[in-house]
Design a protein around this ligand. Structure first.
Ligand code: 5AD
Ligand code: SF4
Length: 349
């Protein structure tokens, strides 16, 4: 067994990876063995099937000012739009008609979506459809999170972005609160949400130590999902001149996360597909098992630009589905339209 495989095997068995071994993996020039090892764990847990989550972007308004994101409140150069309840419901109906069984409502931190609004919306979705509902609406009060869970939202995505406090404040203004972000993630788990954290790879000022800390954080939180992709600069942000995260680094860390938690739900993200034409396929071959095509509204798609050169991943009709199926088939995978709930024991149906 070569050294890469030895490290993978030891990490898989002990869930303990020294910084030295982490660095060894991250510095590999040829990391095919790392990807293969992780991929075989994904296949063991999920088969060669990729879960589809229908992503509906609901708002380009955001009260926050993350230095990296095109939706930041201070960016005056984007058109702000949000979907009404009826518009959201119409996209949910559309997703449902395509056979999609899990949807993600994602938006900036927009106070327009009050608890009342969301209660009403989720109530209607729950009444009409049998869908797994994921929210990705940023930090909210713990009371809100609890109420939304009771109503039927079962999953929540909230990337931690970085688990190093110093680094957090290099990416976010002081008006944002690192401790609250981390506390929110533990709260979401406590409340029984299938919880997703995640970080950008190659964000400005990120060191190998920071990334290693992210891995430790994932091991501690034990999230059901991890969303990670490369940082990509946006021209209207303070980070416009920083280089994008590196494809190889993303593919390595994806594999490392898969080995850390073999049954974690791990999407090959749009950002990954945006830095490389076959980035998402490469992500799957590195251990990912989820895709999140955009099934949202055209008016949001035009404006929902967190970073430059964001690829379209829309699935509008059954032809688009066939295209996606075709892409997956080329790498030996197929679409799964199951709900794809997290399973503790790693057995998925
Ligand atoms: N590059 C890559 N990812 C970004 N995000 C926001 N801005 C960028 C960017 N410039 C990610 C953040 C956020 C998620 C919704 O999108 O991680 O949590
Ligand atoms: Fe808002 Fe999220 Fe963008 Fe931060 S990353 S500015 S919270 S949309």
């Amino acid at each position: 067994m070569n050294k890469t495989l030895e490290i993978c095997e030891k990490f898989y068995k002990t869930k303990d990876l020294s910084f030295e071994d982490f660095k060894y993996l991250m510095d590999l020039e040829d990391y095919a063995d790392l990807n293969t090892y992780a991929r075989s764990l994904a296949v063991k847990n999920f088969g060669r099937k990729i879960y589809i989550r229908g992503l509906i972007e609901i708002s380009t308004y955001c009260k926050n000012n993350c230095f990296y994101c095109g939706l930041r409140a201070s960016n005056k150069n984007i058109e702000r739009t949000r979907l009404s309840k009826e518009e959201i419901l119409s996209r949910v109906a559309h997703a449902n008609s395509l056979g999609i069984k899990t949807i993600v409502l994602q938006g900036g931190e927009d106070d327009f979506y009050s608890l009342d609004f969301l209660e009403d919306l989720i109530g209607e979705i729950e009444d009409k459809y049998d869908l797994a509902l994921t929210l990705s609406l940023g930090e909210r009060s713990f009371e809100d999170l609890e109420a939304l869970k009771k109503l039927g939202a079962n999953r929540y995505l909230l990337r931690h972005e970085t688990s190093s406090r110093d680094h957090y404040y290099k990416l976010h203004p002081r008006s944002m609160d690192f401790d609250n972000r981390i506390k929110s993630l533990f709260k979401l788990k406590d409340l029984g949400y299938q919880t997703g954290c995640g970080m950008m790879v190659g964000s400005p000022f990120q060191t190998r130590e920071d990334l290693y800390r992210d891995l430790q954080f994932i091991l501690k939180l034990q999230p059901q999902m991890v969303g990670l992709g490369p940082f990509i600069p946006h021209h209207d942000t303070p980070f416009k001149d920083y280089p994008a995260g590196n494809l190889d680094d993303v593919l390595k860390i994806l594999s490392i996360v898969r080995i850390a938690k073999e049954n974690v739900l791990l999407p090959a993200t749009t950002a990954l597909g945006s830095i490389d034409d076959s980035g998402r396929e490469k992500g799957i071959l590195a251990g990912c098992n989820v895709l999140m095509p955009n099934i949202g509204d055209e008016k949001l798609r035009q404006n929902y630009k967190l970073y430059d050169n964001k690829i379209g991943t829309q699935v509008e009709n059954s032809d688009d589905f066939l295209d996606l199926e075709e892409k997956l088939k080329k790498i030996g995978y197929e679409i799964s339209l199951d709900r794809g709930d997290y399973k503790e024991e790693g057995k998925y149906v």
